[in-house]
Design a protein around this ligand. Structure first.
Ligand SMILES: Cc1ncc(COP(=O)(O)O)c(C=O)c1O
Length: 487
């Protein structure tokens, strides 16, 4: 039996809302603009405005557009405006989805089903992705029974290596993938090269613009040098673009666009061989709130190109400010050359532990995101700069400098010692790890998970450990931990 029993009677609304508010006490304090990941915010009144539009359509059900023609109109108008932005031309089409992962999942399903119909000789469909592609591609492949070939990126520019992609193509390949830009480094893959390759081999090519689709077009309008990444590039067959990121729409809003309806047809699912209502779905979800559609429509109307250009301009300037200051700090090195306001940097000073730096900054109220070491790049700090935190760049830089000095004065154990014991012992345990060993591992690490959330307050040990493990060991550990964390 769980810790909580279903309540016998109801209680008053005020105390419920009070509890809901109090529950947030340990959450990331994004409201003061010091969170450089997870939150895509703009000024408070605009966020409230979008939430108001969302609320207005909260209860309407996107399951059946014939019952809610308002939702069909909102969705088609938003897709049409997006297609205009991404140069979709007269044949482009698309749908709104619940998030970037769902958009990518649909693009992969479309490719799989397109290949089933058009390349029946393929029996183990595979897609080729750069190692910097968002994990949602691997997740989609895992869910949909598609194989994945992961190809390396250039270790200085972090852009996909299109020659390696060409070498990886086999008679089972159905789809190539590029990012505009990648989340980790903010760099745009060589979209034109990959598109030419896809075209020459009669493959589909998906450009993941989840994070850049509502940003790069405006950056280009402002005169920033942005390589072509959208439907202007011949050979691009689909694009994912999130509105709940730089579209500043509340969460639950992304889009998937195709160059034409012949291709989109493979995305649809219909089922009428049961006694209930007829199902014909463009998305993974069936019942879904109309809130995100209304909020996207409202935001596009409220801001227009001018409003989005203004937000992008302030993010571009804040990013340039941060990068220029970073270049004067010998302890850090920027990774690649970001095209927009997502960036990552590594710590070059061996006396500084990146894990301690992140933890110390977090205790001072700054959320900087850790990127674990991967084949593409070593452990690094990631920042996503949005319209909400541009004003805090100078104080972030100042705090980073202060924290570096503090860390230099402190005694720094090596990463292995940070874990409290010999790395070989951990490795031995992890080599034979099974979920029931989680408690033993925690005891070995001397970890005290005292907070109610089940997440340690001090992440230095956990992050050092994860960073030292092989990806498959990390995944096994993380799944065991999360399986225990949720009821
Ligand atoms: C490039 C890219 N693709 C896909 C995603 C997945 O989006 P979501 O978290 O909305 O599922 C993200 C998220 O940051 C992203 O940056």
């Amino acid at each position: 039996m769980g810790k909580f029993q279903f309540p016998d009677t109801g209680i008053d609304k005020e105390s419920i809302f009070q509890s809901l508010t109090e529950l947030k006490v340990n959450d990331l304090k994004w409201q003061d603009g010091k969170a450089f990941a997870y939150i895509y915010g703009t000024e408070k009144e605009t966020m409230q405005f979008a939430a108001g539009a969302y609320q207005l359509y909260l209860t309407e059900n996107g399951l059946d557009p014939s019952s809610f023609p308002s939702l069909l109109k909102l969705e088609t108008e938003v897709i049409s405006m997006l297609s205009d932005l991404l140069h979709g031309g007269k044949d482009a089409c698309g749908n709104l989805t619940g998030g970037g992962t769902e958009s990518v999942m649909l693009a992969v399903k479309t490719a799989r089903d397109w290949a089933r119909a058009n390349k029946p000789e393929i029996n183990r469909p595979e897609m080729i992705i750069p190692e910097t592609a968002h994990p949602c591609f691997q997740k989609a492949a895992h869910y949909l029974g598609v194989d994945v070939k992961i190809i390396p990126v250039d270790k200085t520019t972090f852009k996909a290596d299109s020659a390696a992609m060409a070498d990886a193509i086999s008679n089972q390949t159905i789809l190539l993938v590029g990012s505009a830009p990648s989340y980790a480094h903010g760099v745009i893959d060589p979209i034109e090269e990959i598109a030419a390759l896809a075209k020459s081999k009669a493959l589909l090519f998906h450009v993941d613009c989840c994070v850049g689709g509502m940003y790069l077009p405006f950056a280009e309008m402002l005169g920033y040098e942005i390589p072509k990444f959208d439907f202007r590039v011949d050979g691009v067959s689909s694009i994912s673009c999130d509105l709940h990121k730089f579209g500043y729409v509340p969460k639950g809003c992304s889009s998937i666009l195709y160059k034409n309806k012949e291709l989109r047809e493979y995305q649809l699912y219909s089922c009428s061989n049961w006694p209930g209502y007829t199902i014909v779905n463009p998305t993974v979800s069936s019942s879904k709130t109309g809130g995100p559609m209304a909020a996207a429509w409202a935001m596009f109307r409220l801001w227009g190109k001018e409003g989005y250009k203004k937000a992008v301009d302030s993010c571009q300037k804040a990013t340039a400010q941060f990068i220029s200051a970073l270049k004067d700090m010998p302890e850090f090195e920027l990774l690649g050359n970001p095209a927009m306001s997502l960036l990552s940097f590594k710590v070059t000073d061996p006396a500084i532990s990146i894990f301690q730096l992140i933890d110390k900054m977090s205790k001072k109220g700054w959320y900087l995101q850790l990127q674990l070491a991967s084949n593409a790049s070593g452990e690094a700090i990631h920042l996503t700069i949005t319209d909400f935190n541009t004003a805090h760049i100078a104080s972030l830089l100042n705090e980073l400098k202060i924290t570096l000095e503090e860390l230099k004065k402190e005694q720094h154990p090596s990463n292995e010692m940070l874990m409290g014991l010999d790395a070989s012992m951990i490795q031995l345990l992890m080599d034979n790890f099974t979920p029931d060993m989680l408690d033993n591992l925690e005891a070995l690490l001397g970890m005290d998970i005292s907070s109610n959330s089940g997440i340690p307050q001090d992440m230095v040990t956990v992050n050092s450990l994860l960073n030292s493990l092989k990806p498959e060991q990390r995944d096994a550990l993380l799944k065991a931990f999360v399986n225990r964390m949720y009821l």
